[in-house]
Design a protein around this ligand. Structure first.
Ligand code: ZN
Length: 289
């Protein structure tokens, strides 16, 4: 029997990806269609996966929905972890840590606080989460922007300093790190992510923490080539939201009211599944489970 964190699902998935030099998609899900699509895609592709919920789900759908997602996901024939994305409010982390069926991992986003407060906050949550077998992802520096289910951050970007990355991880004990290197939530400006990202900075962060899985936020849109480049720079958890969701919402928008709800749902899940499968191939996680 392995002990924590080696026995944690998210930890196992991301460290296997690290050993294999590929990345695993962390798919933001908002409803049962999306959860079903990720599970089906993962089983079809024999790929590990991570399902991410926002704190919005804690409040809107509630703990029984989360229990369903975790039990459904963990009963899949391939490893799938359930992660809580961007916990900004301390009461959301407290709520998440009190669930009878716990998340595998939680992102504590204290990036709106000062760097010292960020370290203090992460450290205290790592201690509490560790006792429950839950891994913690933290944001070092600060990313701007917003996405559906996530409050908009209009504070200035703070890029992660590579020379401070190792001490941040050592002092906090966090298991995964989301660096800020020009990536933003929501739409990129002219030139796209190619222009906005400072890959040299990302390489230095990876060099400072060669065995710590990095988490990529701000992926809409990002080209397949740039995803591959980010994997070479240590990205192991790649957050995907609109990239795999837009096809589904478009299909629903065009067909709601025209098809019976059962048919709409089945075909909607199929469209969503295809999008997730495509990304599993791009990230290299297909065939790894
Ligand atoms: Zn994010």
């Amino acid at each position: 029997m392995s002990s924590f964190p080696e026995n944690n699902r998210t930890w196992q998935i991301l460290h296997e990806a690290d050993n294999g030099g590929y990345a695993v998609g962390a798919y933001n899900c908002y409803n049962t269609d999306s959860v079903m699509a990720v599970v089906r895609a993962a089983e079809n592709k024999r790929s590990p996966a991570i399902i991410q919920l926002f704190p919005w789900t804690l409040h809107f759908q509630g703990k029984h929905f989360i229990k369903f997602v975790i039990e459904y996901t963990h009963s899949a024939s391939v490893p799938i972890a359930v992660h809580l994305d961007h916990c900004i409010q301390p009461e959301d982390v407290d709520l998440a840590l009190s669930l009878p069926v716990p998340f595998d991992s939680i992102m504590v986003d204290a990036s709106t606080l000062s760097p010292e407060e960020n370290i203090r906050t992460c450290k205290s949550y790592v201690e509490r989460a560790t006792a429950l077998g839950i891994c913690i992802e933290a944001e070092m520096g600060r990313m701007e922007g917003g996405e559906d289910g996530l409050p908009h951050v209009d504070m200035k970007t703070i890029l992660t300093k590579p020379e401070e990355a190792e001490s941040f991880v050592r002092e906090t004990g966090v298991h995964f790190l989301a660096p800020s290197f020009g990536n933003i939530h929501g739409a990129y400006g002219p030139g796209g992510a190619e222009k906005a990202w400072d890959l040299e900075r990302l390489r230095k962060i990876h060099a400072a923490l060669p065995h710590l899985p990095l988490a990529l936020h701000g992926t809409h849109p990002v080209s397949d080539e740039l995803f591959l480049e980010s994997i070479k720079c240590g990205m192991r958890k790649i957050n995907l939201n609109r990239t795999v969701r837009d096809g589904y919402t478009q299909f629903i928008a065009e067909n709601a009211g025209k098809l019976e709800l059962t048919v709409l749902s089945m075909r909607g899940v199929e469209v969503y599944t295809n999008g997730v499968e495509r990304m599993m191939d791009v990230l290299g996680s297909s065939g790894k489970a």
